[in-house]
Every structure is written in C-alpha cells, then in structure tokens.
Design a protein around this ligand. Structure first.
Ligand code: B12
Ligand code: SF4
Length: 465
C-alpha cells in the first residue's frame, strides 16, 4: 500500500436484500478520491458492495495498517463499520465515517462509539477529508463532528464547491463492475459499461414541502454544477470510451428548466455515443420538457411514483405530485421515446389492500404506456418496502413513540425499525398482524415486479420476495 489513506464503502448486512445495480464504483468515494488526488494525495478505495467482502477488508486493514481509514456507512452496514473501526483502532489508526447515515446519526454515534470513531463528516466530505489528512487544526476544518471533554462538538458548515473539477474515473478498476453488469439482466445487456455522475446535490422537493415520509437524505438546499462542467463530466465518461450508459444521481434533473436550457445551449460535440439515465419529478414533465430531455440523450427517467393511491401519496408528503400526474409524465416521456422507471414504496402511511390494488393498477398503466410507445416493457420497475431512515419524518415519529429504545441509540436494526414503524403508523401490535401485513405487501410487490424483467427493489429481507 503506497497510499495516504483508505476509503471503504462498508459492506451491508446481507440478511437484507442488496441492490443489484452495483455497476459502478461509489460516486461519493470517487468524488473524494478525485479531490484528494488533485491535492497530491493517493487514496485506495475498497468497495465492500461487490469488490471486497468484510473479511477481505479486515485482512487488508490488518496487513497494511493504514493510518487514516474513512468509511461510507449506511444503516444496514453500520455494525460492519464498527468491526472495521475496531481493527483500525487496534493499531492506533484514525477512524473517520461519512455519508447520509453518518450525517444524520453523528450525535448518537459519537456518544456511544467515541472510543472507536474519531471524526464524522457531516455532508460534503472533500475539504474535511483533505484537511484531516493534512492534520490541520480541528476548528479550521469544515463539516466535522468529534467527541471532546464528554461532549459532541461540531465545526462550521461549509458546502463543497461542486464546480471545482470534473468526475474522473480513470484511476478506478472498472472490471468488477463490468462483470456485474454483464451478469445482470439490466437493460437486456445493451450496455458494456455504466458510470455515475451528479448534476446537482440536494433535493428540490424539500423546498416546498416536507421530506417524503421515509427519506433520510442529509444534505440541505439544491446546488447545480455549471452547464460547462456538467458536459466535462459527460465527456470524461463517454469520450474516453469508458462507458455507453451514464446515470445522473441528482435527485431531480428537471428541477430548473433554466439550467436544462443552459446545458442544451452549450452542448459540445461528443463523438462517442452514450445514453443518459436520470431521476425526475413527475410534476415537472410536460411535452416540451420531454423534448429537451431527448436533446440531452436521456433514455430513461426514474420517477418516485411512490403510490397509485392519491390519499397515500398525500400522506407520503410528496405534495406536488399525484398518481394521475405520474401517469401523465409517463405518457409525455414515452411519446418522446423515453423509458420510465416507476419506483413505488409499499407500506406508506394509509396503505391498505385497496390502495395497494390502486398501486398495482398504476404500475400496470405505466407498463401499457411504455409498451404501446416503445414496443417493449419498461426496462425496470421497483416496489420497495418502506425504510424509515434516520432523519426521515417516519423515524422522528418512531423516536417520539419509543424514546427509551431509540433516543441517542446508534445501533439500529432496519427490521426492528420497520416493525416499530408499523406499530406507530398502522397500530399493528401483534406479531401475527404484522407478519400478515408484511406478507401482503410482499405479494403486491411481486405483482408489480412481474410486469418487468428487472426490479432492483430495496428494504426487503433477502429471502422475502
Ligand atoms: C447511487 C445511489 C445508490 C447506488 C450506489 C451506491 C454506491 N455504491 O455509491 C445503489 C443503488 C447501489 C444504492 C444502494 C443503497 N442506497 Co443509495 N443512493 C444513491 C444515490 C441516488 C446517489 C449517491 C451518490 O452517488 N451521490 C453523489 C455523491 C457525490 O454524494 P454522496 O454519496 O452523498 O457522497 C458525499 C458525502 O455524503 C460525503 N461522504 C460520503 N461517504 C463518505 C465517507 C467519508 C469517509 C467521508 C469523509 C465523506 C463521505 O462526501 C461525498 C462527497 O461530497 C443517493 C441519493 C442521492 N441523490 O444522493 C441514494 C442514497 C444515498 N441511498 C440510500 C440508501 C438508504 C441506500 C440503501 C441502504 C437502500 C437499501 N436498503 O438497500 C442501499 C445500500 C446498498 C449497499 N449495498 O450499500 C439513501 C441514504 C439515506 C440515509 N440516511 O442513509 C439515499 C440518500 C437515498 C434516499 N433519498 O434516501 N444507492
Ligand atoms: S425521496 Fe423525496 S425528499 Fe427524498 S430525495 Fe427523493 S424526492 Fe427528495
């Protein structure tokens, strides 16, 4: 190991159904590596989602004893992250964690694990990570939480300037991801490669309504990259011959029509062909917008349809979209040759057999629209089981109801959280009532998934669907 530090995407607990779409290195860690590299630091990335398993990561840590170890963690990988942190602590290394889950849980984590976790990065990690490696004075480092003199301390908040440099995958070994893509039925083996970029950070939905009831996203406000840098990102991915499919992880590419117009206006010549997948919000899709997306080579839009039931949709907090609007968006997009990945969440507040039937009807309608316009089923459709992520409105409700179980607790089980969510929102007290309800949700998820060849749903136990 010749690097200055190691960044780990911590493996999840595989009792939960893992995502299939590990077709690209973690963009968050690549963004950190890029920034550090541009500042003269070499970083090793250990991707625990497909490249390394937990034991291999522990073996690496024990062998090379890196001084700085950063982990990107989630609710379902947290306990593994503590095991890795213990290994690092055993030789006196420095443990840093980041990502949305760490940002939401920093207080509880530091109260319980300050013997293991030295620093938590809240939000953007680029500058904090660099300054920690440079051993700068802690108070001068942005976005850091740490434990000192019996209390949790935070430094000042500073969003990273996302216009500094394009995303650069040239140092990443893409072979394991290509293999995964080749083995998956995603897109019927149309693409040899898949990479992620981001046009913006933050969620526009949170500006005019509360967050969706399940969403534990930690960043605030919405920031777009300049149109010029956005094209640099696409060029880096496409022109180098690296990929034929690029997915933009920004929450809603359509958030600013003015920005889309700027991007279209400065489109450079790109000789390599590529296709773009994006997230979008249904209420912003109309015929004109669909035409603009075509100009950007968008071939599919993932939309959080959430539910096919109007009342459930309202209680989910997605206040500016309705199931009818979702269908209309699918029609506009399909009429312009663009596929739609409808993403549903089952078990939303108010869900019952009638609303779930409405959701299946809604999904069937999407299938019919895409089939009639594109001559095939949608490439993908997902029915997730609700995950009340820390930071979400649902989690806050659970915390209020069961403070003795959740207040300042850092080790959480997703399965238990879901159990307590159904207690809070559905009064499902007995194990039988709960299990029957969960089984019913699984049955409707299977119905939705049967409409398509590929469904990368989340929130379920591994063997559940
Ligand atoms: C792409 C994506 C995926 C992909 C790829 C994941 C990957 N390997 O990177 C897939 C589909 C596999 C996936 C899976 C899951 N995801 Co996901 N995913 C995203 C998505 C859309 C984009 C992430 C991204 O690349 N952002 C762009 C980069 C640049 O930003 P970033 O990742 O936030 O990283 C920055 C900071 O967070 C910080 N940082 C992050 N890690 C670290 C680590 C250190 C040491 C430091 C210093 C800093 C730092 O610095 C980075 C640079 O600024 C986000 C939503 C979004 N739009 O952000 C959800 C999101 C991150 N996912 C989420 C969840 C819950 C999951 C799952 C756990 C769901 C599930 N139950 O299966 C799974 C986990 C599967 C697994 N094996 O790990 C949630 C997290 C919520 C939370 N509170 O934790 C999000 C926010 C979606 C949401 N709205 O709820 N996901
Ligand atoms: S789930 Fe809802 S609140 Fe969360 S990022 Fe998506 S639109 Fe925004």
């Amino acid at each position: 190991m010749n690097s200055d530090a190691v960044l780990i995407f911590t493996p999840i607990d595989y009792k939960y159904k893992d995502a299939d779409t590990h077709y690209a290195p973690s963009l968050g860690l690549v963004a950190l590596e890029n920034y550090l590299y541009s500042n003269g630091k070499m970083i090793d990335i250990l991707d625990g989602s497909i490249v390394y398993n937990q034991n291999e990561i522990l073996a690496y840590i024990t062998k090379y004893k890196p001084e700085f170890v950063g982990q990107s963690i989630q609710l379902i990988s947290y306990e593994n992250s503590l095991e890795i942190a213990e290994a690092v602590r055993s030789y006196g290394g420095i443990n840093i964690i980041g990502g949305h889950h760490a940002s939401q849980m920093y207080e509880a984590i530091l109260i319980n694990q300050h013997h293991l976790i030295d620093y938590i990065i809240i939000g953007d990690g680029e500058e904090g990570w660099l300054k920690l490696l440079n051993s700068d004075n802690i108070e001068s480092i942005p976005n850091i939480a740490y434990y000192k003199d019996g209390k949790v301390c935070c430094t000042y908040n500073k969003p990273f300037d996302i216009n500094l440099l394009p995303i650069d995958y040239s140092r990443a070994d893409l072979k394991p991801y290509q293999k995964r893509l080749k083995e998956s039925v995603f897109s019927d083996h149309k693409y040899d490669n898949y990479l992620r970029i981001y046009s913006h950070k933050g969620c526009g939905n949170r500006l005019n309504s509360n967050a969706c009831v399940f969403c534990g996203r930690a960043d605030q406000g919405v920031r777009f990259k300049s149109a010029e840098l956005y094209w640099e990102d696409i060029k880096q991915c496409a022109m180098e011959g690296l990929t034929t499919y690029i997915f933009d992880v920004g929450d809603d590419l359509l958030f600013s029509e003015k920005w889309i117009d700027e991007v279209i206006a400065c489109k450079p010549k790109i000789s390599q062909t590529y296709e773009l997948g994006v997230f979008g919000r249904a209420n912003r899709v109309n015929h004109k917008m669909a035409e603009k997306l075509r100009k950007l080579s968008v071939v599919d839009v993932v939309i959080g349809f959430e539910s096919g039931d109007e009342e459930v949709m309202r209680r989910c907090n997605k206040l500016d979209s309705t199931p009818a609007q979702n269908i209309l968006a699918a029609e506009y997009l399909a009429a312009n040759g663009i596929d739609v990945t409808a993403s549903y969440v089952l078990g939303l507040p108010g869900d019952n057999e009638t609303s779930l039937k409405n959701t299946v009807k809604n999904a069937t309608k999407v299938y019919e629209i895409i089939y009639s316009e594109l001559g095939r089923a949608p490439k993908e459709m997902v029915a997730n089981l609700i995950e009340p992520s820390p930071g979400s409105p649902a989690y806050k409700e659970i915390l209020k109801r069961f403070p003795e179980k959740y207040y300042q607790k850092d080790i959480l089980s997703l399965e238990e959280l879901q159990r307590d969510y159904f207690r809070c929102f559905f009064n499902l007290e007995s194990a039988k009532e709960y299990n029957d309800f969960r089984k019913m949700l699984g049955k409707y998820a299977n119905e939705i998934h049967s409409l398509v060849d590929f469904a990368d749903s989340q929130g379920w136990l591994n063997e559940e669907l």
